[in-house]
Design a protein. Structure first.
Lengths: 47, 241
């Protein structure tokens, strides 16, 4: 187990918040891309 | 072969599709390995375990500035040569830069509280970084506010030029003003000022990982923007028919 001492809250907080933000950005990027690809395919199939 | 070939959306989609698996794999390997390695480094004799925050703070802050510079180059290409892909790449990069700026500010505050005794200080680098975040938000808002895509690209391109002053200021503020709390550059080419190799190598790896992560996200988001643009064109053509 990694010993973070009296600054455990600060270190874990920094890592937790940063990874949550990066995870949210990646998730939003992939969802938007999948939606755009699906909408375009649907439109192209109509034409 | 010319670099301007990639301004063709079809060429861009084909090339980015081939490159993406490699950049995604490189980003995942470098970022995860760098962060785990960094997390396992020993405590600093003065900063204790808070030194581990450097592996998030420095790469995020570096990317926040570099992404704005990339947006500046892409905006200039749009303003001068009117290549749509470059305008869309700048638009695609902005939310990534905003998130990197937020991470830089949050990790800086969380690190600063135990080390400086305060979450925030109106220090030159911190202040210019906060202004850079406001520029990112303004840039994203301006793209959303203007309906015509070419006008939006023109206006955001000009905003990007103005914001570049703060992007560069946030990078070099510590050299202009010495009264701030923020330290100088974490990494230096001068051997006497180098941080210990124990921290330096995992830091290099996370910096590379964040760079590749940006490249991957920017390519995916640009592809999304190109698809949206094509969808809008097809829908407009259908309406006219």
């Amino acid at each position: 187990m990694i010993e973070l001492g009296k600054y455990a809250g600060a270190v874990m907080g920094a890592y937790g918040l940063s990874l949550a933000l990066l995870g949210g950005l990646i998730w939003q990027t992939l969802v938007a891309n999948a939606r755009a690809r699906r909408d375009l395919e649907r439109q192209e199939n109509r034409g | 072969m010319s670099i301007w070939e990639y301004a063709n959306p079809v060429k861009f989609m084909r090339t980015s599709g081939a490159v993406l698996p490699w950049t995604v794999a490189g980003a995942a390997v470098c970022t995860v390995t760098g962060l785990v390695w960094g997390f396992l480094t020993p405590e600093d004799y003065r900063q204790g375990s808070t030194v581990k925050i450097v592996f998030l703070h420095v790469p995020a802050a570096m990317m926040a500035i570099n992404i704005w510079v990339m947006m500046l180059v892409a905006s200039l290409i749009w303003l001068i040569r009117r290549h749509h892909v470059s305008a869309l790449a700048a638009k695609a990069a902005a939310p990534i830069g905003a998130v990197m700026t937020v991470i830089g500010l949050i990790t800086g505050a969380v690190w600063g509280q135990p080390m400086w005794g305060t979450w925030w200080e109106w220090d030159p680098r911190l202040t210019s970084f906060l202004i850079l975040l406001l520029f990112y938000i303004g840039y994203i808002a301006l793209w959303s506010a203007v309906e015509d895509p070419d006008s939006a690209a023109d206006l955001t391109g000009v905003l990007c030029l103005v914001g570049s002053v703060f992007a560069l200021l946030s990078r070099y503020a510590v050299f202009f003003w010495n009264q701030g709390l923020h330290q100088g550059a974490s990494l230096s080419v001068q051997s006497g000022e180098r941080m210990s190799a124990v921290y330096r190598y995992p830091l290099y790896l996370t910096m590379l990982g964040f760079g590749l992560m940006f490249l991957s996200l920017m390519l995916v988001r640009t592809r999304t923007e190109i698809r949206r643009r094509r969808l809008a064109a097809l829908q407009a053509r259908e309406m006219r028919a």
